[in-house]
Design a protein around this ligand. Sequence first.
Ligand code: ATP
Length: 327
Amino acid sequence: MNPRFSIIRQLADGRFHSGEELAESCGITRAAIWKQIKKIQELLDMEIFSVRGKGYRLTQPLELLDRDKILSTMTSESQTRLHKLEIHQSIESTNACLLDQMSSDRTSGQACLAEQQTAGRGRRGRQWVSPFGSNIYLSLLWEFTLGPAQLSGLSLAAGLSIVRSLETVGISEIGLKWPNDVYWRERKLAGLLLEVTGESDGPSSVVLGIGINTGMTASQGESIDQPWVSLREITGGNNISRNRLTGLVLSNLLQAMHEFEQDGLQPLLNEWQRYDLYHNCPVTLHYGKRSINGVHRGIDATGALLLDHDGEIEPFHGGEVSLRPTA
Ligand code: ATP
């Protein structure tokens, strides 16, 4: 293992570790440990105390991803749907990783997790800020017999899986912004990115990527250009287990994928609407260089947003559309 990650692994308990102890376990000199600590501070934006005579300590303990803990939270049914679970220390993007692997294996139920993404993706080329060890970055590959057009409601179903998981760990006041962003009191807590390839009549391969902010610090999230929040802030520092939440999300998503293939979005419409942040509110839909104003009248069974404008109700599909409340 790269000495940087091996040092973080040892410091994750939030206790002091001497330079000597770290040097011995990593098989490098104390001077090299000091250099690596500097790199961790600079490159990963992690806060580390160093105290003469005591050693190094993380300001916040980290709960690193742990395969067994994740699996132990999943239902046995969802475990059987999980074909593969990869956990990376640092990767460009968990979605990109699964998209690459698709050329050799398209089996449903492949999941990819990372402690850090160096090129985390949002929609339409936007960036998902993904610092080390403090959030959840999870992607899942699923092969559908349906064609891409029939999957337009899937990202809404996936959004509900995140909401259910968050509620299970005790988070309330969660809202969904169509098509697939998860908010807490109008601050973005989680995002979803669906990448679909396939034949028009099916099959289609879907890579679904999810980012949930668990413990991102203000300085790590400094570049985010909209209000955001982390679970640590919501709970006032009361740590929610990253592994438990990851297991719950994975479990709920695997079930959602399976159910969506059979029933689509229809059975979830009422539940989705309960969390819809802007239902019956004036909204602006932006697509390409254009935008349109109207009142958001809910969603239909294909996941389209029903916009009330100029005396008619017109459905809009999510792919290239961004919704904003009208100022
Ligand atoms: P929409 O989906 O309506 O187009 P969006 O602007 O939120 O909205 P997304 O592609 O869903 O776009 O997400 C990317 C955006 O999310 C970034 O441009 C940034 O504003 C924000 N963002 C990036 N990283 C994070 C993060 N870790 N937590 C919260 N928000 C983030």
